[in-house]
Design a binder for this molecule. Sequence first.
Ligand code: NAD
Length: 314
Amino acid sequence: MMDFKRPIAIIGSGSIGAAWAIVFASAGFPVSLYDIDEQRRAVALADIERSLDDLASHGLLACEPEIVRPRITMMQDLGDALRSARHVQECAPEDLALKSRLFMQLSEHAEPDAVLASSTSFIPASEFARNAPARDRCLVLHPGNPPYLLRVAEIVPAPFTSEETISRTLALLEAVGIAPVRVHHEPRGFAFNRLQGALLREAYCLVRDGVVTPDEIDLLVRDGLGLRWSVTGPFETIDLNTRGGIEAHARRMGPHYLAMGQERGQNDPWSEEMIQSVAEARRNALPLGQWRERTVWRDRQLMELLRLRKQSAE
Ligand code: NAD
């Protein structure tokens, strides 16, 4: 049974720290927030209040903002913030030296059973927690921004992270309604930012080469690729785009994707084994006999989204 009495400590109350506070507090946990910057300490709660009101007015808060807000306390001192916390979520700037120092401090001052998680976007726990005495309790818990809207987060343990730390983090995510993605091998940028990076790198090249403007990139993604991706991920999108599914797509279009990659110095052909493994996952999720029905479902989802967009533009 999850203990909702012990607080969650959040270290760094900028964009991500404040957003995590909303996630944990709205699920029922007391939250102790801390920031080294006095000015930030003075304004973070006001930012949080505004987001809570917005969430409530969109019907996305389980209870009234007046119930959630008092669960969050801004602490003046790191030690106070860590007191009795079951989970510490570090949200300081993306800097290896700073995070390494912080995880040394957290090892020393946090409760001896506290999970010590970093929101880092790129730095693996193997690097920032390498020398931390409590490194078996350290891992990356990387959210999308903001986590109170993007309800998925990456769990990235280091080889030295204990299984108990991972299972307690999974249980916490379940308690707050965020879907976990367990990332293996600690690749730089994990999975979320590697996907984002693939698109951003190409977008910069297209702008550099005068192929399209920055505004046109945003238009193509907002009204094209991104609109579809908000209903189906890239694999399901392609699976539904091609009769015969993703395997047919890979055979027909694979050479074009390979050539585009090679133009950018990347040589990662889609091997038979890779195609089979992705196709098998898709066929388990959607037998080809249900393909047409699913494309109708996708179109209706997109119609819903477009209706909402139209309404909110009026
Ligand atoms: P931010 O600059 O908005 O906030 C960082 C906060 O940490 C600041 O308020 C700063 O005063 C505080 N801080 C600095 N040193 C500190 C210390 N020693 N102790 C306590 N507080 C300290 O940054 P952010 O966007 O919230 O990012 C925080 C972390 O989350 C980074 O590692 C970032 O990579 C990661 N992240 C960011 C996003 C995003 O889209 N912004 C998404 C996912 C993960």
